[in-house]
Ligand binder design. Sequence first.
Ligand SMILES: *[C@@H]1O[C@H](CO)[C@@H](O)[C@H](O)[C@H]1NC(C)=O
Ligand SMILES: *[C@@H]1O[C@H](CO)[C@@H](O)[C@H](O)[C@H]1NC(C)=O
Ligand SMILES: *[C@@H]1O[C@H](CO)[C@@H](O)[C@H](O)[C@H]1NC(C)=O
Length: 727
Amino acid sequence: MDDSEGSLVNTPTAEEIAVGGGFLSSLMEDKYSAAVAVIFAIAVPLVLSSMFLGKKKVKQRGVPVEVGGEAGFTMRNVRSSKLVEVPWEGATTMAALFEQSCKKHSHYRFLGTRKLVERDFVTGNDGRKFEKLHLGEFQWETYGQIFERVCNFASGLIRLGHDPDTRIAIFSDTRAEWFIAFEGCFRQNITVVTIYASLGDDALIHSLNETAVSTLICDSKLLKKVASVSSSLKTVKNVIYFESDNTEVSTNISDWKVSAFSEVEKLGQASPAPARFPIKKDVAVIMYTSGSTGLPKGVMMTHGNVVATAAAVMTVVPGLSPSDVYLAYLPLAHIFELAAETVMMTAGASIGYGSALTLTDSSNKIKKGTKGDASVLKPTLLASVPAILDRVRDGVLKNVEGKGGLTTKLFNLAYKRRLTSIEGSWLGAWGVEKVFWDAIVFKKIRSILGGDIRFMLCGGAPLAADTQRFINVCIGTPIGQGYGLTETCAGAAFSEFDDPSVGRVGPPLPCGYIKLVSWDEGGYLTSDKPMPRGEVVIGGHSVTAGYFNNEEKTNEAYKVDETGMRWFYTGDIGRFHPDGCLEIIDRKKDIVKLQHGEYISLGKVEAALASSKYVENVMLHADPFHSYCVALVVPAPQVLEQWAKSNGVSYSDYAELCAKKEAVSEVQQSLSKVGKEAKLDKFELPAKIKLMPEAWTPESGLVTAALKLKREQLKAKFKDDLQKLYG
Ligand SMILES: *[C@@H]1O[C@H](CO)[C@@H](O)[C@H](O)[C@H]1NC(C)=O
Ligand SMILES: *[C@@H]1O[C@H](CO)[C@@H](O)[C@H](O)[C@H]1NC(C)=O
Ligand SMILES: *[C@@H]1O[C@H](CO)[C@@H](O)[C@H](O)[C@H]1NC(C)=O
């Protein structure tokens, strides 16, 4: 995964999704049904197990293929030998795809937004005020109606005086108007620059200035942020803001022409302008991704790239149709959400807009007693990121444990039974017993997300195996895990709905190839047994045109082969399973060569050391000028203090304990022990460690929102500590 992987959850909101809040309170109150359940649970499995244990054949999902470019081991999707490029004939650009889909589905509902009924503020214990919303039903517009609005907005841009040969940026939270503005730009062949709403000022100024954006579209909340840096935004002339319920907007900013979104629509409606359609090679989007170092890079996506990804995903998500309902709440400035909504639009599905803070009945911003987005919308499809699913899982488990007694026992029993069944096979996971457990245990949990979810998409970062299983069991849906980067327009690999395995990212999407290229120095070779291994290189229709204004970085990461196909070098290390599915096993830049030539994979070693009970977080550090590595360890305070207490180690405060020789030596022994159990080599064990009394949090900028280490920041902040360890 690339540097930007944490960004999906980097919005202040996604972190705070509250699940819990008593949804289980009425679960299994009824002692009678619990007793029946126990009897049922013992008797039925004996009968059923034998019925479902057929012999399973491994399904082939990818097949090796000969291609051009650098030598390697290449796989394609088993479905088609020719790469998929468009969802249907003629839909070669976003503009064409949108128009054709709107015509095809004109009477189906398309975009929906909830109306604000009431806005309240409650005061917390610390005196802070929290906004609480009472939101009503979704108000829908059809494909036909949205098409009209898009045409109007496109015309309005021209009437406003926007020069269509200059770029437009969208800087806003996810909402229906985002999508309308986006499609409107394409009808005039205008390139859209997208920027994460959570991006800092420097990055914002850099992105807008570098692409010489002349019209900026933002929501009224972010207009303030933009106004505060207006003097640095020299190229901006027009600003269009999305109106929202009772937010006052000041429009006297710099010498900008500031207009409301609805005014622009009216302008276009009154005076239509002819469309200027792009071709597939034209750049549709320049998407800025935040890196862990330096200024963000703008990835140039062509119309052909976005359409190809959508076409490919259409073939792997089963049964997409206008009867599907999708809940949109992740940032549209991230390729994962953008691709997902494009797929929904292609399928004629309806998209209901919500937000991470209003997702469930117990979400932070939902007024007590009123409904969250999911229970009103009842989506059939949901996209998510690992950090959110982990939170859902923790919320449910905490709630179950809180109940204690029979409830906990019953949940555990039901969970175990369902797990065994699923691990057999997804398709074998149906039957009387499933119906039973669903009715008495899982139905309530499912209702948090509306109760109708049939498929979940997950992307942005790898999903932990136990979380994947938990969702499979409790929500009762398969999860399609996507692997892709902004540079490949999300489209690379996608795990399939009927694949019961965990920890893999599936076969290549049918719009591209995935090639493994040997990395000799790192010791990953395509000739490795039992599976070929190497750097993951992606080729095909979804591979983007490169980084904006940065030929050097583009040439480093992209190559064009003799057949004209573009390949992107991801820097991830993967291996192919015999059925054609990819597994990501390492990251190239996290591998360091020590003084004597041994390679050390920081991520692998850290994962092993993290299983010590003392470790809350650990960063391994290796450098080529030494023959050994060192580590910074954030201990779990309770565990360390417990140890100190039972061993009579006295200290005045926790920082002092962390500095004590005995404590350091205790933790180091524990690391050696778990390291040996994980079969690490001696040089992989840190020769010296330092215990860090303060936790590393996303707020401190030392880890991403997905809690991944930000190595560069950590190295910079603790430079002196690292030097001392080598001293
Ligand atoms: C904006 O871009 C121009 C050239 O494209 C450059 O000279 C200038 O330094 C940039 N300004 C900022 C604030 O980045
Ligand atoms: C807009 O702001 C400028 C300076 O900030 C001020 O001089 C001007 O009077 C304002 N115009 C209106 C219409 O408020
Ligand atoms: C679309 O716009 C780009 C950039 O302004 C331009 O290079 C390209 O030729 C345009 N495409 C068409 C079909 O006019």
